[in-house]
Design a protein around this ligand. Sequence first.
Ligand SMILES: *Cc1c(COP(=O)(O)O)cnc(C)c1O
Length: 388
Amino acid sequence: MAQLKSVILFIFYGMKKIQMVDLVSQYENIKPSIDAAMHEVVTKAQFINGPEVQAFQRELEEYLQVKHVIPCANGTDALQMAMMGLGLKPGDEVITPSFTYIATTEVIALLGLIPVFVEVDPSTFCIDPAAIESAITPKTKAIVPVHLYGQAANMEAIMALAEKHGLKVIEDNAQAIGCDYHFSSGKIQKTGTIGHIGCTSFFPSKNLGCFGDGGAMMTNDDDLAQTLRRIANHGQSKRYYHDEVGCNSRLDSLQAAVLRVKLRQLDRYIESRQNLANAYDEAFGGLHGVNIPARAAYSNHVFHQYTLQVPPQSRDALHAFLEEKEIPSMIYYPVPAHRQQMFTSFNLGSLNLPVTDFLTQRVISLPMHTEMQPDQLAYICSTVQSFF
Ligand SMILES: *Cc1c(COP(=O)(O)O)cnc(C)c1O
């Protein structure tokens, strides 16, 4: 039935099937360079720690204007190793938003640390600095802001709090690589390079995605960089000499080769996401009861997701209506971290995060990628408009 509908859509509109993320079309548009880069790795068979990994690391350092990039196996590992590298110990409290992807908060618990969940700003979806301040206790050691959907958290306020209370800041930059943070001084800095450590993911659907798993940590601190490199490599300082318990977390050479090609496209990709977001804004800005994504004064937006807020009573109906019309949409995220069963042992039952709960009932993300065709965009816009 669904297949028949796509055929009909194609006949009437000549339109390619709409996807949340169209990685196939993206690949087709850069196929010769990707294929050549992968072929080079395969013919040299330097699959682990090959020259591509070092080259990618240098190129990402240059792009982000950060002293050290430490590639690793995925974004979740990056977050875990960042917490290990900062010497966080069981029982230490880590302040983080509940309105995020689970990976941010899971690694806190995995290391025996205590996740302290706080509210986000209802317009930017990112951690609320005032909520951080009221959650600080003598046991607090770190803050993990998440640049959710591709827009920065209020880093200037967060860094000021961290300095005042002697806390470490780990930026979860998995959704915001390439995002520019604007300080009140006028200085502009890439997200992920502002806190003590930044973490990112190269999961295929992320804004800079590879063809499998990948991730990286970023820091401007030389000693910390050395520690993180050691932790990512079995705590090894010299071959077969292991100073501390670490992990095996590597970015492989094939992924690095793909990422080198895609990094050269990243700014163009960001621009096409922003153009799509602007077109969506124009189409949905006037709809009654619908909030288009707010733009923070201190950040640009790289639109990992384009997320509307709609009235709670119509959110699921909109999702079903779009599905019926062959337009995918997603709820990021239907259950906030503090309500996940995995955290039952932290006795969070009495934790009240009304903004977070409110957002989980209102958000809906629309297709957002770099290869959206004008006919697809027009169809999405008119279909959403026809629902309201
Ligand atoms: C994707 C993501 C991660 C985890 O990255 P993986 O590479 O999948 O481990 C962490 N935090 C956020 C906010 C993410 O979106």
